[in-house]
Ligand binder design. Structure first.
Ligand code: COA
Length: 198
């Protein structure tokens, strides 16, 4: 399904897309969620997941709110996030098997994940999971879980191998639960996964 030029892969709504460019949406991006998260238990977490939308962004112009999400990542010490805009500008992740996925709840942008050809290997069958970030106030609600799951669904049938790099033990646990295996010797990848042949 396509809305305003964007592909909506799974159960998505238009609310985020309609409002993302407005000032109100910009303000909303940093509003809400803090209090509910402090008291959230398992049942509430499941309920929250039901409101989660993930869209595949295919317009060259990125939504305004994404800049703030990336800034939060950089300010939090994730230096790799500073490369995101340059990577997108040099070649947007819109080819088959590539994607920029944005997770939102209503007008709140909660997280991002990218699936691209692996720029660190000369191999057309290797893809890479990159730029995975979830807002502080939206963590532990299954946002990354959903983003990784959707990335893997898009990767199957396109990439033979997927690679990623992380120094975050929590993220590593999440990736390993989805089938990634630690790869000790590769300076450009801490984890790899073999997918069914394309
Ligand atoms: C790592 C990150 C993406 C996880 O996002 P998230 O939306 O909070 O993750 P989820 O809620 O989907 O949790 C998925 C699983 O990750 C693990 N996890 C995530 N955060 C965790 C934490 N703070 N403590 C313990 N486990 C955690 C758990 O295994 C969790 O599953 P479970 O609680 O159901 O057992 C997020 O913390 C983040 O953006 N961190 C900073 C950026 C980063 O490190 N990105 C990864 C770069 S490769």
């Amino acid at each position: 399904m396509r809305v305003n030029g964007r592909q909506l892969p799974v159960g998505s709504s238009c609310a985020f897309g309609r409002l993302a460019k407005g000032r109100r949406a910009l303000n909303n991006l940093f509003a809400g969620f803090a209090v509910p998260i402090l008291i959230r238990g398992r049942e509430q977490r499941v309920e929250e997941q039901a409101n989660l939308d993930v869209i595949r962004w295919t317009e060259l112009e990125l939504p305004e709110g994404l800049e703030m999400l990336v800034s939060e990542a950089v300010v939090s010490g994730h230096a790799w996030a500073a490369n995101f805009h340059a990577a997108w500008r040099s070649r947007p992740f819109t080819n088959v098997g590539e994607a920029l996925l944005l997770a939102s709840s209503g007008t709140n942008l909660l997280g991002m994940a990218a699936l691209t050809a692996d720029p660190f290997v000369e191999d057309a069958t290797t893809g890479r999971l990159r730029f995975i970030y979830v807002r502080h106030t939206a963590r532990r609600q299954g946002v990354a879980e959903r983003l990784v799951r959707d990335c893997l669904a898009l990767a199957r049938g396109r990439w033979r191998t997927l690679r990623l790099q992380t120094d975050n033990a929590f993220a590593a646990r999440l990736y390993e639960r989805h089938g990634f295996r630690p790869s000790a010797s590769d300076p450009r990848a801490t984890h790899t996964m073999a997918l069914a042949s394309t």
